[in-house]
Design a protein around this ligand. Structure first.
Ligand SMILES: Cc1ncc(COP(=O)(O)O)c(C=O)c1O
Length: 460
């Protein structure tokens, strides 16, 4: 009979020998265990040894309704028994139809047509392909470029990576598909000097930079602008007031599509079904994934305006794009059960009524010398760490390496908090808890962060 410590040892050995972790330095586990999470319940997950962690990142911005929801699992199982798989290539199945209608109903304005994918990257890339083919069909074949913001993460497949604004993760895969153009993001904490104390002016400038990019590239060559409602990468940059209104105006002026990449910001993360609803702007396409199923099964997609579908409704016109598992019946059933929980438990209401308390609890950390800024919206926050609060000086690459990789990530996990310590821009800790969380969980996050950040400062 094998003991549980033998079983853990065996699975560690197999994980190290056979499993390739994503965006992970495998060498960092040469002398330590790979964390193995075996189950979850509500906002908590448990490792192989039974230790509990608060899932302050909802897995990876995914687990909106929390873990261990048997009603979603059962909905998936029922669907698998009835019809496990059939493609959306020339056929439909009831759950995809029901889900598409429900999403169209929830989405703002005339975004009524849903194209499913299996992931966020595929959603982002599908939107680009749609934009390109749409413009070819309506007689504007030169439009292929896409504008996105510095540091923004839009996925990893080659097309999505061309839209992503993170030089370090693009470089090894260059050359990428041509057409990705970068503009400044809305990090007000690092705003240029001339708008440093003027949030409205900063927002106006950042939006106008999109117009300048369109003019620089040639308006007839630009197909779309990709923006997240709150930019994740870099550490939760909310839009300044007026930013999206101005962007919409610019897109209309030059006939460019506005793609709201809501792979993180949809499904309650900001207290609304779609992030664009929170900020009151009308996208032409919304891309989504993650929270649609709360991770009980993978699914992504895009919901697009009627107008974008029109050229595809006549004659031989066909959107020449498809993915075998897109709109998978089990994922569609799971998504519907997930959305039922949103309604039954009023999760949007929970986020809206608690978000001020979440912010206030995290802002208590402002008394620590290492905390430069706490920023975000809804249940989506970033804490930027600095070396000098007064000057906002950030850490050197070496300090950042020691701080984030050498200490913080592991220390926060050891202290029982799943969150993300990221240095793709300036060093930040990101929090995105399940939408069922309340004050006790905010307090738990604050207490763990306080202890670990205090120790991090003393080690610098
Ligand atoms: C805004 C945004 N777009 C696209 C993606 C890519 O999604 P996926 O990892 O499902 O391909 C992500 C993933 O985090 C994201 O945050």
């Amino acid at each position: 009979m094998t003991s549980s410590s033998d079983a853990i040892g065996d699975s560690q050995e197999a994980a190290k020998r056979n499993l390739w972790l994503h965006f992970t330095r495998m060498s960092s586990y040469a002398d330590s265990d790979i964390p193995v999470i075996v189950r979850g319940s509500g906002p908590y997950v448990y490792d192989q040894r039974g230790k509990r962690y608060l899932d302050g990142l909802a897995g990876l911005f995914v687990s909106q309704v929390g873990h261990g929801r048997t009603e979603i699992a059962e909905a998936g199982a029922r669907q698998a028994s009835e019809l496990a798989y059939f493609p959306l290539w020339s056929y439909a199945h009831p759950k995809a139809i029901e889900l598409a209608a429900r999403l169209a109903d929830m989405a703002p304005g005339d975004l009524n047509r849903v194209f499913f994918t299996t992931s966020g990257s595929e959603a982002v890339e599908s939107a680009w392909k749609l934009a390109k083919q749409y413009f070819k069909l309506i007689g504007q074949p030169e439009r292929y470029k896409v504008i996105s913001r510095e540091l923004a993460y839009h996925g990893t497949s080659m097309g999505a990576l061309a839209i992503t604004g993170l030089a370090d993760i693009k470089y090894p895969f260059e050359p990428l598909p041509p057409g990705g153009v970068r503009v400044p993001n809305t990090n007000f904490y690092r705003a240029p000097e001339f708008v440093r104390d003027d949030l409205d002016g900063f927002g106006q400038w950042a939006a106008d930079e999109i117009e300048r990019a369109i003019l620089r590239e040639g308006p007839a060559s630009v197909a779309a602008v990709y923006l997240e409602p709150v930019q994740n990468s870099g550490g939760c940059f909310p839009p300044p007031p007026g930013y999206f209104a101005r962007v919409r105006e610019i897109c209309d002026k030059y006939g460019v599509l506005l793609v709201s990449d809501e792979v993180i910001c949809a499904f309650g993360r900001l207290g609304y079904y779609f992030g664009s609803q929170r900020y009151g702007y009308q996208p032409d396409i919304i891309t989504f994934a993650k929270g649609l199923t709360s991770g009980y099964s993978p699914m992504g997609g895009m919901v697009v305006r009627d107008e974008l579908m029109e050229p595809f409704t006549e004659g031989t016109a066909t959107f020449l794009h498809g993915i075998t598992f897109a709109g998978h019946p089990v994922s569609a059933a799971v998504a519907l059960a997930n959305l039922d929980i949103f309604e039954k438990e009023d999760l949007l209401g929970n986020v809206r009524s608690h978000e001020a308390a979440f912010r206030a609890t995290l802002e208590k950390l402002n008394d620590l010398p290492i905390v430069g800024e706490v920023r975000g919206a809804g249940y989506f926050y970033g804490i930027e760490m600095v070396k000098d609060k007064a000057t906002r000086e950030t850490f050197s690459d070496d300090e950042s390496e020691r701080l984030l990789r050498g200490f913080l990530s592991q220390a926060l996990f050891d202290a029982g908090l799943v969150c993300r310590a990221d240095d793709r821009g300036d060093p930040v800790i990101q929090l995105s808890p399940p939408l069922i969380c309340g004050q006790e969980h905010f307090d738990e996050m604050e207490q763990i962060l306080r202890a670990v950040l205090t120790e991090a400062w003393s080690r610098l």
